[in-house]
Design a protein around this ligand. Structure first.
Ligand code: PLP
Length: 384
């Protein structure tokens, strides 16, 4: 039963079928897809097959899928590539204060180029109001970027509504779908977005590979100039085994349908209910219903989140205090600050994100250990 891994929004294990699909490309099938001889062409076919698998998962055209080095690169490319494509014709970007650092830092970089960035607010559940996006638009707006679901609190944003507003104004719209692809149905056509970022390691694929799906006609310059790969839009020798892994991970999601996530959702509800019933002074942060099915973000009064994470680690449970990418930071979570969460609750916040291999037994064990640890930490605080 141990360890109990409850940090699937940080990363997921590579699924056995994904590993099996990747192995030949780390062994004998090592050709470079850009080579014209047979071994190269076999690798090329594997890459193109993966492109179809990814396109199918998000309801896009295979030609719209561009493989990248992961979610961070995809986000950077969408924002910086759009900015470069506009030249000096536009100079305003709209985003939110709760984006992943991949988007926030890319925005900071384009500010240095003279672009102005408007951050539309979120409410106390982490939700963006599409009307705020509409009000922020000016004739100078060249790109809008709003994440599909937040990586800390799991709130799912009204992307279709925001994308419709962007389209009305002829503004390219990017969504960071790193936390949603593989967890909830993601349909690029239904959402109406122009660019969508994916990361393989969040859906039981390998780390360091992802995709940016770009609707044809979207103004976008390359981020990585190089040897003409990806139809001249993303240079660099193909990460064939990684790309094949992403394709296999996409196919796995399609094969599972919604059953896997419904099972995970039930476990997540069991965890939340168990903790809320048995631990006093704890709140569920984020949106009560519009949230990722695997996310439980809880704020415990009178406890330090990191101390609780370490106490749970000692009994074989892995979870995180705030976002994985920023753990080790002493800064409070920018997401919780933007949501207006009280400072003492920010300090006591812990994220549990469930996945396909978790069991009821593990969840019941976790509830038990959280009850014990919180009780112990609170009593230590009272004494000192
Ligand atoms: C919402 C979001 N965007 C982007 C990223 C970065 O993706 P990658 O780790 O593939 O660079 C993450 C990873 O935590 C994420 O959660």
């Amino acid at each position: 039963m141990l360890p109990v891994y409850l940090d699937h929004s940080a990363t997921t294990p590579v699924a056995p079928e994904v590993l099996q699909a990747m192995l030949p490309y780390l062994q004998h099938a090592f050709g470079n897809p850009s080579a014209i001889y047979t071994a190269g062409q076999e690798a090329r076919e594997a890459v193109e097959h993966a492109r179809e698998q990814v396109a199918l998962l998000v309801n896009a055209e295979p030609d719209d899928v561009y493989f990248t080095g992961g979610g961070t690169e995809s986000d950077n490319w969408a924002i910086k590539g759009a900015v470069r494509a506009w030249g000096d014709r536009k100079n305003h970007l709209i985003t939110t204060p709760i984006e992943h650092h991949a988007v926030l830092e890319a925005c900071e970089a384009v500010q240095e180029l003279g672009w102005e960035v408007t951050f539309v607010p979120v409410d106390s559940t982490g939700m963006v109001d599409p009307n705020d996006v509409r009000r922020a638009i000016t004739s100078r707006t060249g790109i809008i970027s709003v994440m599909h679901a937040n990586n800390e609190v799991g709130t799912i944003e009204p992307i279709a509504e925001i994308a419709a507003i962007a389209r009305e104004h002829g503004i390219p719209f990017h969504t960071d779908a790193v936390q949603t692809v593989g967890r909830i149905p993601v349909d690029m056509q239904a959402l109406g977005v122009d660019m969508l970022a994916i990361s393989a390691h969040k859906l039981y694929g390998p780390k360091g590979v992802g995709a940016l799906v770009v609707r044809r006609g979207t103004p976008l310059r390359p981020l990585l100039d190089g040897g003409g790969q990806e139809r001249g839009r993303r240079g660099g020798t193909y990460n064939v085994h990684g790309i094949v892994g992403l394709g296999a991970a996409a196919q796995r999601v399609l094969q599972q349908g919604t059953s896997e996530m419904e099972r995970v959702r039930a476990l997540r509800d069991r965890l939340v209910q168990g903790i809320l019933e048995r631990v006093p002074d704890v709140v569920l942060t984020g949106h009560p219903t519009h949230r990722l099915p695997n996310n439980a973000h809880l704020a415990f009064g009178g406890v330090e989140g990191e101390t609780l994470v370490l106490s749970l680690d000692a009994v074989g449970i892995y979870c995180s205090a705030g976002a994985a990418c920023s753990s080790g930071d002493t800064e409070p979570s920018h997401v919780l600050v933007a949501m207006g969460v009280a400072p003492h609750l920010i300090e006591g916040s812990v994220r549990f994100t469930l996945g396909k291999d978790n069991t009821e037994e593990q969840i019941d064990y976790t509830v038990e250990q959280v009850v014990r640890a919180v009780h112990k930490l609170r009593s230590l605080r009272t004494v000192s």
